[in-house]
Design a binder for this molecule. Structure first.
Ligand SMILES: [Zn+2]
Length: 306
């Protein structure tokens, strides 16, 4: 454990190897356990807040959970953490009407902003997202984080290039799926592909209760160590978002242009494919010319030698 800055490592991919730690609900354990550990390592995370339950007890799937109050959230943001919305009620957005989704996304952002927080991203409860959710989120937010099953898909190429910044993949990490070997492999792939890895952690606790979606402090620190050893940068989602514009030559573009940015990425990609195709054609042509040239040369040589 150390306070020194992680060494930055150059890699080929678009993000150069980034890790983002996100924590859902705004649980007290994020403030009391995860935050001080990350601070010791010089890292900052992102907390997605359930605005109906700030400072209250929330009945989660695995039992009742004490959530942070506005003071804790303020402290986190002042210390460089990002605050995002996890909607107002934690209802399944996909099962809601258009108006209900709108209410969840718009009201939660408004409440957070009324408390002075700068909001860039939303995370969908249970990862539930569809075209309507993306459309509504696209109006009020700049990014949306989904959740993929922690056991079914660990794709080292996930978010290597963001397909849709309103469906950013995340890996849900708990004691149940934590193995050092698997994580080491995954993080090395993130370095090699220059990807952006987003982790979703619900609870970091000293002692894990059976069946709960928790990660032990020991394994959390192990993970931070692995991230640092590989020279991966730890950033919040808003930080990644800002750097996107810059690295794509967009300068200090206004944040409102999220979809414009995505279209530009698509154009870059199309341009690259066309370039590859042209290069291939040119090489084939050149190859043909060389073959013809060699044939003529051989013919001349054989005539001279005669
Ligand atoms: Zn949640």
């Amino acid at each position: 454990m150390a306070n020194d800055k992680p060494p930055y490592r150059e890699s080929r991919g678009p993000f150069g190897g980034i890790v983002t730690f996100t924590f859902d609900e705004g649980r007290m354990s994020t403030y009391e356990v995860a935050y001080p550990i990350m601070k010791q390592w010089g890292y900052r995370g992102l907390v997605f807040v359930l605005t109906d339950f700030v400072g209250r007890v929330w009945q989660g799937i695995a039992g009742s959970v004490q959530l942070m109050g506005w003071n804790e959230l303020k402290q986190l943001e002042e210390d460089g953490w990002e605050v995002g919305s996890h909607t107002a009620s934690h209802g399944n957005l996909v099962a809601m009407s258009y108006a209900e989704i709108e209410k969840e996304l718009v009201s939660s952002k408004a409440i957070l902003e009324a408390h002075g927080h700068k909001i860039t991203a939303v995370s969908y409860p249970g990862g539930g997202v569809d075209a309507r959710v993306i459309e509504i989120a696209g109006r009020d937010y700049h990014m949306g984080r989904a959740a993929i099953s922690s056991t079914t898909r660990w794709d080292p190429f996930c978010n290597c290039q963001v397909e849709d910044i309103f469906q950013i993949d995340s890996i849900s990490l708990s004691e149940k799926v934590f193995t050092e070997e698997r994580l080491a492999e995954y993080l090395s792939a993130v370095v090699d592909t220059g990807a952006w890895a987003v982790f979703l952690i619900h609870d970091v606790v000293n002692r894990v209760s059976e069946g709960a979606d928790q990660l032990s402090t020991a394994n959390f620190e192990k993970l931070l160590g692995m991230v640092r050893d590989r020279g991966l940068r730890v950033m919040t989602m808003a930080e990644v978002y800002h750097e996107f514009h810059w690295s794509m030559g967009g300068g200090s573009k206004p944040l409102e242009d999220a979809h414009g940015y995505y279209n530009r990425v698509l154009r870059y990609r199309l341009g690259y494919i066309v370039l590859l195709a042209l290069r291939f054609r040119l090489l084939t042509k050149l190859g043909r010319k060389l073959t013809v040239g060699t044939r003529i040369g051989r013919a001349i040589l054989s005539n001279i030698s005669r």
